[in-house]
Write a protein that binds this ligand. Structure first.
Ligand code: C2E
Ligand code: CA
Ligand code: CA
Length: 888
């Protein structure tokens, strides 16, 4: 192949020579060679099979080959592969007759593989019979640069359109001369106009789409296109979107071609949909307006600090706070630092510097001093807003908290004052609390205090220890109060309170719970023996006379003791102590009694008994029995003593010892006494009516009855004949309970013509003087004293003395318990006025008494009377006879 083509090249040379003559041949060859190598175009000669028989230097340069590299090679080697079939077809259609030449754009391949755009002019050479002779001449001109430029332009255009489109910008183009407008698809799209809709807008139609407020502006701007020298136009207006709303458009145009007279010929521009921007602008304006309002009402000032320039900017309000005139410029250095209160400066500056270094937010309060010396409190907050670009800035707010601080200070002061006040109140409350829990006279805890203490003991979480409760009642306190006055009474109470305090342990609670009542709580309970010792000592000490302003006050105490441990009912504990105290009082006072279950049973029984008594009173079961009293000298009936009996429906006839104590205890004696008196008066009337001569009846009057306010009133209602009734009052009454009421009642009784007999004379401890002040009519010598007079001379002497007192004071004397004739005889001799006793008669029912009276038996049986009455011996004679001299 290669050899054949070598030969072809030789033949080619030869034939040229042959065709054009020698000279010509030589000249033709040189010319041919010259053209091939000097042509700027690349020349190629191809044979009919498209082998390159000759390539010019121009082509070699264009494609980077040396000529020998292409010699005899197929042209296919230098044509881009995808261009080949088209290129080869073009070559084969050429014929010397019909189509001698053609021109095609084609892509050739550079030796380095890159594409080179070329225009190829192909000529079909006149056909020679010889094979391997040149068939085609190709003149290759590079259009690569144009192609590249074209490509670039197109790409740029594409990119530009893409950019405009994606930026949402519509492009418009105005040919001013013809006033034709063309619009890009995005121009339509932004207005909601379909892309294929053709738009024919003259000014008149156009303006209809524009917001009325913008008509004038738009028309003015549109007219610019006819103005000489117009180069640019830019404006914003509102146009109706196809969806109906007003859209904001920013129109920008530039004149690209001018007429020779300077008028615009062509204007190209873009429209931008700025509806969203406008909306945001409005929103932003709104927000900033609100922010401004908020800042101005809150008086918050804003500042910023440019970290790199170290420049600080303060807004109007910050400047106001710091007392600076308004201004936008950066703050002179040190202005801020200098304004800080010297005591706060270091702290504040350090915080600030650290915040800048660490890009941390900060918040602090500090004081500033203005140029005019005003001191203000400022609160500052600052932070670094995140910014990827732009300068790094610390933004902060300041506000004046001087007023707040002042308020806080005032509040603090007020609080302090209030605290002081509440402290005072607390003290006052403490005093109140103390006085509400203490007795003002003795300073001892009072009942409330005691109740609280008991509750604490009761509380399961409390001490849960053994506990003794002593209920203490002063004996005869009322008498001291009544006879010596309240001051004496108070002194006694204080004395007793101190005594109690001293006697018990400091941990024990001593309380005064009422008039003359005290309670001591001992916890833990002392041993029984120890407590007994304490109590006995206390009782002993309490009995000792108390000196009050030179007067001796005699008092005593009775104590009821109850004990508890663990869970207990404070009220029950109190009731128990009360029961014990009640018993102590009944047992003769000046003693201490422990509460026991048995004691409780007894008391309950007593209570039941009392109920029974009450019923008995209601059913009139209490009746008088009568025991006669005789004149010593005549043995005539001097009177009768009415003695109560209870005709019990079950238990039969009961004597006073079975009910008296309980009845007195339960305050039922008044009722019994009054029932007996009423019946006795009745009987007296009956006896009178029957002609039975009973000069007088005596009734027993209990202490309670004598002290009753209503006694006189009830007596006034009775048919009492003066001189026919006597009241027997126990001597002990005058010792214990004698007070103003008693005195008043006694004089009332006397006024009614009722005699007063002092009963059981000689047993009580009443002072004779106080007794005598009463001026009783009679004294009844207790039978305890008369009992032994027969055997005991001293007893006889005692009775004699008592009788003599009566005689000397003009008080008649009656002897009780006259059981034998001997008793009667002796007592007669001793000078008694009256005799009463079993020797004469036992107490009898009214019926029996009537029988007894009718029998008059006692006179016969009584030799003493006869003897005395017959002999008429004197008392001293009689006494001598029985071995008693007057002197003894
Ligand atoms: P009193 O007033 O000293 O009454 C005399 C008591 O001695 C009576 O007991 C009587 O039965 C008893 N007595 C009389 N003669 C003799 C005697 O020779 N030997 C003995 N051993 N006893 C004799 P009575 O009736 O049991 O009354 C006891 C006390 O009860 C009375 O003592 C009186 O203090 C009181 N009492 C009786 N009835 C009433 C009453 O209606 N009202 C009040 N307040 N007390 C009454
Ligand atoms: Ca009596
Ligand atoms: Ca008596």
């Amino acid at each position: 192949m290669c050899r054949r083509l070598q030969r072809t090249a030789w033949v080619l040379k030869k034939s040229i020579t042959k065709t054009d003559g020698t000279h010509a041949t030589i000249f033709g060859h040189e010319l041919f060679e010259g053209i091939f190598d000097s042509s700027a175009n690349g020349l190629i000669l191809l044979d009919s099979e498209f082998h390159m028989l000759r390539v010019g230097k121009g082509l070699c340069q264009l494609l980077g080959y040396a000529p020998h590299e292409l010699f005899a090679k197929s042209i296919r080697q230098i044509i881009a592969a995808d261009n080949w079939s088209a290129a080869s077809k073009k070559l084969t259609v050429l014929t010397p007759v019909q189509e001698k030449s053609l021109q095609v754009e084609c892509r050739y391949l550079h030796k380095n593989g890159t594409i080179v755009w070329v225009i190829v002019a192909v000529s079909h050479l006149p056909k020679k019979a010889m094979p391997a002779m040149p068939q085609y001449l190709l003149q290759v001109t590079s259009i690569d640069k144009q192609k590249q430029a074209e490509e670039l332009t197109e790409e740029a255009l594409n990119r530009w359109n893409f950019a405009l489109d994606s930026a949402g910008q519509g492009v418009w183009d105005c040919d001013v001369l013809t006033d034709t407008w063309s619009y890009s698809s995005s121009w339509k799209k932004m207005r909601g106009i379909p892309e294929d809709e053709s738009i024919l807008l003259d000014d008149e139609n156009w303006i209809k789409e524009i917001h009325p407020d913008d008509h004038q502006l738009v028309l003015e701007k549109m007219a610019e296109r006819f103005r000489v020298g117009m180069s640019e136009v830019s404006y914003e207006y509102r146009q109706r979107h196809r969806h109906g709303y007003w859209m904001w458009i920013l129109a920008r145009g530039r004149c690209t071609e001018f007429f020779p007279d300077g008028k615009p010929k062509r204007i190209i521009g873009t429209d931008t949909d700025i509806t969203e921007i406008r909306r945001r602008e409005v929103e932003l304006a709104d927000v900033s307006h609100r922010l401004e309002m908020a800042l101005s009402t809150s008086q918050v000032g804003i500042w910023k600090y440019d970290v790199y320039n170290s420049a600080t900017y303060w807004d109007l309000r910050t400047r106001e706070i710091f007392g600076l005139p308004p201004g936008d410029e950066a703050l002179p250095p040190q202005t801020w630092e200098n304004s800080i209160h010297p005591e706060d400066r270091e702290r504040v500056v350090t915080v600030c510097k650290q915040a800048v270094l660490s890009r941390q937010d900060f918040s602090m309060d500090y004081r500033i001093i203005l140029n005019d010396g005003t001191l203000k409190h400022v609160r500052a907050r600052a932070s670094f807003p995140k910014s990827d670009t732009g300068p790094e800035t610390m933004i902060g707010v300041n506000w004046d908290i001087t007023a707040d601080i002042a308020k806080a200070e005032a509040f603090k002061m007020a609080k302090l004052l209030a605290e002081n006040k509440s402290f005072d109140l607390e003290i006052a409350r403490g005093h109140l609390e103390h006085s509400s829990l203490h007795d003002s006279l003795t300073g001892l805890p009072n009942r409330r205090h005691l109740d609280k203490a008991l509750l604490e003991f009761q509380n399961p979480s409390g001490k849960n220890q053994s506990l003794s409760l002593l209920h203490i009642d002063l004996d005869r306190f009322k008498q001291i109060n009544d006879t010596k006055g309240h001051a004496a009474g108070d002194a006694v109470l204080v004395y007793m309170a101190n005594l109690l305090r001293k006697q018990f342990r400091a941990s024990d609670l001593v309380a005064r719970i009422g008039g003359d009542e005290f309670v001591v709580l001992l916890s833990p309970s002392p041993e029984h023996a120890q407590l007994r010792g304490m109590v006995d000592r206390l009782i002993g000490l309490a009995r000792e006379p108390i000196n009050w302003q030179g007067h001796e006050c005699r008092c005593g105490i009775s104590i009821g003791i109850a004990e508890a441990a663990g869970d207990f009912d404070p009220r029950q504990l109190f009731v128990n102590a009360d029961i014990a105290l009640y018993r102590a009082k009944n047992t003769g006072r000046n003693c201490a009694i422990y509460f026991t279950a048995r004691l409780q049973a007894e008391v309950i029984a007593e209570k039941e008994n009392a109920d029974d008594i009450l019923k008995g009173i209601e059913r009139q079961e209490f009746i008088p029995f009568y025991q006669p009293i005789f004149h010593t000298k005549t043995l005539d009936i001097a009177g009768v003593e009415a003695l109560a009996r209870w005709r019990h429906p079950v238990r039969g006839l009961l004597a006073p010892d079975t009910f008296l104590t309980v009845a007195a205890e339960f305050n039922l004696m008044n009722a019994i006494d009054s029932a007996i008196l009423a019946q006795a008066l009745c009987h007296l009337q009956m006896w009178d009516d029957a002609g039975i001569e009973i000069p007088r009846i005596s009734v027993n009057v209990s202490a309670r009855r004598l002290g009753s306010d209503s006694l006189l009133e009830s007596l006034n209602a009775l048919p009492i004949q003066p001189g026919r009734v006597s009241f027997e009052l126990l001597e002990s009454i005058f010792l214990d309970e004698f007070d103003d009421v008693n005195a008043k009642n006694i004089s009332g009784i006397k006024n009614l013509g009722i005699g007063i007999d002092v009963d059981d004379f000689g047993t009580g401890h009443a002072s004779i003087i106080s007794l005598l002040r009463l001026h009783p009519n009679r004294m009844k010598i207790d039978r305890q004293l008369t009992r032994n007079i027969v055997e005991s001379p001293s007893q006889r002497q005692l009775v004699k003395s008592l009788i003599e007192i009566g005689l000397s004071q003009n008080i008649e004397v009656c002897a009780e318990g006259v059981e034998t004739a001997e008793h009667a005889r002796i007592l007669t001799e001793l000078g008694c006025d009256y005799l009463q006793g079993y020797h004469f008669a036992k107490p009898m029912s009214e019926t029996d008494f009537l029988i007894y009276m009718q029998g008059q038996s006692w006179k016969k049986d009584l030799p003493l009377l006869e003897h005395d009455g017959v002999t008429g011996k004197t008392l001293s004679d009689f006494m001598e006879k029985v071995g008693l001299s007057k002197a003894s």
